[in-house]
Design a protein around this ligand. Structure first.
Ligand code: ATP
Length: 294
């Protein structure tokens, strides 16, 4: 049996994010269409000797030690399965942190998938999804990927028909933005009125591979809050549209903006243009799967 595995942990964008009423537990209900993209972290997972010790090595920008979601995912997996092995994790971080791209959640999903593989699939997919949701609301999506609808707090994930590999450009203003802070601003100031049936329409447009319609249906209730907390976000949206993007939106709670373009040539041009306004710009495309073997 193998004792180590290397996984790709992709970033995601929210093509549609509708925030609903505040629930009794204080969290908002959401309806969101999530799409994995080809920008990935790399996660190496190894089952070492006995002892239950978790060692994490990080290359790039991400918390070291027990606060890292990779560490928490490994601890949760050992506890849930009773496996008494030590775990070594090597994380190569490429996805910007606290950017609305779900990088930490994807890393956690990769650790769960990797450990379950190495341990001989001890957990069924339902148990794995429950464990994932206990770590964070975006984690289950990355086990399901590449295109899916998220409901509840985002953790109830159902796969949607796979979208074509549409090109897009990500632009990050370089200011981390905490999700909690964005929701506080949303509660105080509100967001735009969601289009009726918007999530379903987006799912249909993706299934049909209708890139123009996907662009016309982009929506995020949290966008006004993200723009008011980081004004550079609104400026990036305007630059992207002015430079000819089909559509542009804040991903998740921001501050990353993504812009949909027609082809790789346009993506290259937009990447150059956005590079004049944002410190971090990445050209990528929709990915057909969530976390997976590298
Ligand atoms: P969220 O909506 O959960 O804030 P996000 O996509 O905006 O997600 P992440 O990159 O997942 O942002 O980071 C969220 C927080 O998680 C950061 O404050 C970061 O310190 C912490 N974190 C823990 N582990 C990781 C990891 N492996 N990669 C990135 N961030 C991590």
């Amino acid at each position: 049996m193998r004792d180590s595995v290397l996984l790709e942990a992709p970033a995601k964008v929210n093509l549609y994010l509708e925030v609903g009423a505040k629930r009794r537990d204080g969290y908002h209900a959401v309806r969101t269409v999530m799409q994995a993209v080809e920008l990935c972290d790399l996660v190496g997972v190894e089952l070492a000797g006995r002892g239950g010790v978790i060692a994490l090595e990080v290359e790039g920008e991400a918390p070291r030690g027990e606060d890292n979601l990779c560490h928490r995912a490994a601890a949760a997996f050992l506890e849930a399965t009773g496996l008494r092995r030590s775990v070594r994790i090597r994380l190569v971080k490429r996805i910007p942190v606290a950017a609305g791209l779900g990088g930490g959640s994807s890393d956690a999903a990769a650790v769960l998938r990797g450990l379950n593989f190495l341990a001989g699939e001890v957990l069924g997919s339902r148990e794995l999804l429950e464990l994932a949701a206990s770590l964070g609301m975006d984690v289950p999506f990355f086990l399901v990927g590449g295109t899916a609808m998220g409901e509840g707090r985002g953790e109830r994930v159902s796969p949607l028909a796979q979208a074509p590999p549409l090109p897009l450009v990500l632009a990050n203003p370089g200011t981390p933005l905490s999700t909690a802070e964005v929701y506080r601003r949303y509660d105080a100031a509100g967001g735009g009125e969601p289009p009726r049936g918007g999530a379903e329409a987006m799912g249909e447009a993706l299934r049909a591979g209708d890139a123009r319609r996907v662009a016309s249906l982009l929506f995020n209730s949290l966008q006004p809050a993200a723009c008011s907390l980081v004004p550079a976000v609104g400026a990036l949206l305007e630059h992207a549209l002015w430079a000819g993007a089909r559509g542009a939106l804040v991903s998740g709670s921001g501050p990353t903006v993504f812009a949909l373009v027609s082809d790789q040539g346009e993506a290259e041009e937009l990447e150059k243009e956005m590079g004049r306004h944002a410190p971090l710009v990445v050209r990528t495309s929709f990915r057909s799967a969530g976390v997976g073997l590298a």
